[in-house]
Design a protein around this ligand. Structure first.
Ligand code: AMP
Length: 114
């Protein structure tokens, strides 16, 4: 099944794309929870969540972290929160692994998204 993120990668639906490489794309979350809220997404939809990704392709996961940091430096001061919702009960709605990058004026002490 084609995920909504694969449709963004294929340019079938629009997104505000901020970064793209051969293996990764990043775009603004449509419902931002912070001044900067980006999604960093591997182009492959082989991995449903970060646990599968870490087991299957740790180098790709490291590339996502590197991309998250670079984007946080470009769009804010370089500090960021990296969130992988994993499983429905944790709030995951798209089962194509993605990292939420939150940055820019985050609430002090908050661990959540709201
Ligand atoms: P999660 O709940 O962790 O699976 O995250 C899915 C995220 O994708 C949510 O924060 C949504 O706001 C975001 N999202 C869903 N559809 C789109 C879209 N078309 N463009 C950008 N972000 C989207």
């Amino acid at each position: 099944m084609t995920s909504i993120f694969s449709r963004i990668i294929a340019r079938e639906i629009p997104a505000d794309i901020v970064f793209e490489s051969d293996r990764i794309i990043a775009f603004r979350d449509i419902a931002p929870q912070a001044p900067v809220h980006l999604l960093v997404v591997p182009k492959t939809e082989s991995y449903a969540n970060v646990v599968e990704l870490a087991a299957g392709d740790p180098a790709l996961m490291a590339e996502m972290v590197h991309t998250a940091h670079a984007l946080a430096a470009e769009h804010a001061n370089g500090d960021f929160r990296l969130i992988f919702n994993t499983g429905e009960e944790a709030g995951q709605t798209v089962f194509h692994v993605h990292a939420h990058v939150l940055a820019g004026g985050l609430a002090e002490g908050s661990l959540g998204r709201g």
